[in-house]
Design a protein around this ligand. Structure first.
Ligand code: 5CA
Length: 152
């Protein structure tokens, strides 16, 4: 909430005792679609941690992220690295307020919604945010990052 306030946004953090640890949990608790949940994911691009804010309905395509980040090699961060660079444990990693400022990429699919919901630092707390605000407060670059969906 402090990080968002410093960025000019008053966060309306909502607590869900039933848990918002995964995107599916969060969507169920809030009563919204998976697509409207923001997954805050750490990757390592040529040795540098980067943040990807992905729609809950998507898997991040490492090749697309590598191209967006002009990196030769992209891997997932492990849980220890997530904690050390963000200051938060997996399941509650927020899009802002990290221990280290992270270059940020925003899944273009998030821009298709009026409002999306991101973790607020714990596995039971989320906050709503308009996608253009999410881009602004994170200084993120919007990119097509989703793996192609397999037909349902
Ligand atoms: N609070 C929810 C909704 S906002 C949340 O934080 N979702 S999340 O998607 O941003 O965080 C969970 C993600 O952490 C999962 O998508 C999963 O890809 C990742 N994850 C889970 N376990 C590990 C692990 N051991 N190492 C690396 N990443 C992991």
């Amino acid at each position: 909430m402090q990080a968002l306030a410093a960025l000019g946004l008053s966060a309306q953090v909502q607590e869900f005792p039933q848990g918002t640890r995964t995107a599916a949990d969060a969507a169920r608790a809030i009563g919204t679609t998976l697509g409207q949940i923001v997954k805050s994911l750490v990757f390592v691009a040529d040795g540098q941690p980067v943040l990807v804010l992905a729609s809950g309905k998507n898997r991040v395509d490492a090749g697309k992220l590598a191209r967006a980040a002009s990196a030769a090699r992209v891997t997932r961060a492990d849980a220890d690295l997530v904690r050390s660079v963000t200051g938060f444990a997996i399941g509650g990693v927020p899009p802002v307020g990290h221990a280290t400022p992270l270059p940020t990429f925003v899944d273009a699919d998030l821009l298709g919604y009026d409002v999306v919901y991101a973790a607020a630092g714990t596995p039971t707390a989320i906050f709503p945010i308009a996608p253009p605000d999410l881009v602004r407060v994170t200084g993120g670059r919007v990119a097509d990052l989703a793996q192609p969906q397999s037909p349902a």
